[in-house]
Write a protein of this length. Structure first.
Length: 507
């Protein structure tokens, strides 16, 4: 069988037709769409075709390609672009037959096209000097390729325009048998001169970097590119600056029907270690840092596979779509990992995700975690350590995106949500099981369906919040230290059954 990986970025208009073309093959295949944090409906459209969709841990085609390879179940992996509507019906056979027939380990496509300026002006001249054995390839920058997974594991996936030429060079250096295949005529959008300039720089840098004869100190540093990539990850969130109202869901309590951290610990045989952490440590920061260490050496595909196995609240997608039509910006918050949160955000059609950043190196967890500033509260004393307080997120949203807390609807469930329920414009408790949560919430939804939230969101949160202001002021009393809240909120992981559904208890 063959695994076909389609990296996509804002290709909702074309992805379904690409998938349908691939399915015309006579070979047995699996199709994996790797979403590069699209801002359109790419994920929604891909899911309509019943294929597996994963979310890349960070923006960049190279990361998406590598993580797609990690998720692939079969030894032969093919890559195609998600924005081309002129693939031949036998595109899978053209790319993979040389490998299936044991004539090659890596295939590189070439095709008729309307332009190829970077290839002619940059790639080919440099290859002729530094890698003359590769000069004969007609289109060394082509992204439609196939390879044995055993070879792909040993190469580096550059995370910019240099990824395709980099793979070709690495395959050559590794001794792979390389075949060039003709896939006919391909039509795609012409790039701007600005894009071509960026491509030229990145392709040339990659070729120089791969050439062992070029001194490392003379090559352009990758630092600026990493900075740009970090900024791009937040571009979608930055776009909400002018919006007036927001809905935030607690991923762990209102969307997932099981605990992600507990299930992942069980799947990776670290359940007992997680229970010990929750028993011995009290403050959230210590718990989070030690919990992250449990997932060291697990790759992104494995982490996301756990998330994909967890049932979600049945009507969440429809509710999110309806809220967005009403002008709400919609997102989620979790004490878990950003890579999982972004994956679920994209699957559910949301706009943003707030979460802790699990460090990944080459898409493999290092066991370290970074807690973002929007979860940390400082008391002003220089020597005092910050305190983990998720409700501090509301102040972050107000200062950075100019959306006041009274314009935020928060939907939560557990004791860790109490501050957010109290301080948001409308605090909605979804199937709450704790009396204190019931007491602090403005609205309570029962029955396992989120549709009643649409009635609550009919009015502006700011106006509705005025109705509850007196009630909230009477309830602004201490609910225990954050340490106690964190312990209570996270300890449920150790006792919650893997297969249990939410069973609301009367408050």
């Amino acid at each position: 069988m063959i695994s076909i990986v389609i990296p996509v970025l804002n290709e909702g208009k074309t992805i379904r037709q690409v998938i349908r073309t691939l399915r015309k093959t006579s070979r047995k295949i699996e199709i994996i769409v790797v979403d590069d944090n699209s801002s359109d409906n790419s994920v929604e459209e891909a899911l309509k075709e019943k294929v597996r969709v994963i979310t890349s841990s960070q923006r960049g085609k190279g990361v998406s390609m590598r993580e797609g390879m990690m998720a692939a179940k079969h030894d032969i992996v093919a890559y195609v672009d998600g924005d081309i509507l002129t693939y031949p019906e036998n595109i899978v056979e053209l790319l993979t037959d040389p490998i299936v027939n044991d004539e090659a380990d890596f295939t590189k496509s070439y095709f008729e096209r309307q332009a190829g300026r970077v290839t002619k002006l940059v790639a080919k001249p440099l290859l002729s000097i530094l890698f003359p054995d590769l000069e004969y390839f007609q289109q060394p920058l082509s992204g439609m390729i196939a390879a044995r997974k055993s070879f792909l594991r040993g190469v580096k996936f550059e995370n910019d325009y240099g990824v395709d030429i980099g793979l070709l060079i690495d395959m050559h250096l590794s001794g792979a048998r390389i075949s060039e295949v003709n896939i006919g005529r391909v039509e795609n959008a012409m790039q701007t001169w600005e894009q071509l300039s960026k491509m030229s720089r990145e392709v040339s840098r990659t070729i120089l970097h791969k050439a062992e004869s070029i001194p490392q100190q003379n090559l352009e540093t990758l630092g600026n590119i990493n900075i740009i990539r970090e900024q791009m990850e937040y571009s979608i969130l930055e776009s909400i600056d002018k919006l007036q109202k927001m809905v935030i869901f607690n991923l762990d309590e209102t969307i997932f029907q099981q605990s992600y951290l507990y299930l992942a610990a069980a799947v990776f045989d670290r359940e007992e270690s997680l229970v010990q952490i929750l028993h011995h440590y009290k403050d959230p920061i210590s718990i989070l840092s030690r919990t992250a260490a449990l997932f060291q050496d697990r790759n992104l595909a494995e982490l996301l596979e756990v998330a994909d196995s967890i049932p979600v609240t049945a009507d969440i997608r429809g509710v999110v779509k309806a809220l967005k039509k009403r002008g709400y910006v919609v997102g989620l918050v979790t004490d878990g990992f950003e890579c999982v949160a972004n994956h679920m955000k994209n699957k559910l059609g949301m706009d943003f995700a707030f979460a802790n950043r699990l460090h990944l190196f080459h898409s493999v967890a290092t066991g370290e975690i970074t807690i973002p500033d929007y979860f940390l509260q400082h008391d002003g004393a220089a020597e005092a350590p910050p305190v983990y307080n998720r409700s501090h997120l509301l102040e972050y949203v107000r200062t950075k995106y100019h959306i006041p807390a009274q314009n935020v609807i928060f939907v939560g469930n557990g004791t860790m949500d109490i501050d957010m329920l109290r301080e948001s414009g409308i605090g909605v408790a979804f199937d709450p099981q704790d009396e204190e949560v019931c007491a602090v919430a403005d609205k309570i939804i029962r029955g396992g369906q989120l549709a009643p939230l649409l009635d609550i969101a009919q009015a502006s949160p700011e106006k509705t919040a005025q109705k509850w202001s007196d009630r909230k002021s009477l309830r602004r009393i201490g609910v225990g230290s954050l340490i106690g809240l964190a312990t209570a909120g996270l300890l449920y992981l150790a006792v919650k059954s893997l297969g249990s559904a939410k069973e609301p208890q009367p408050c």
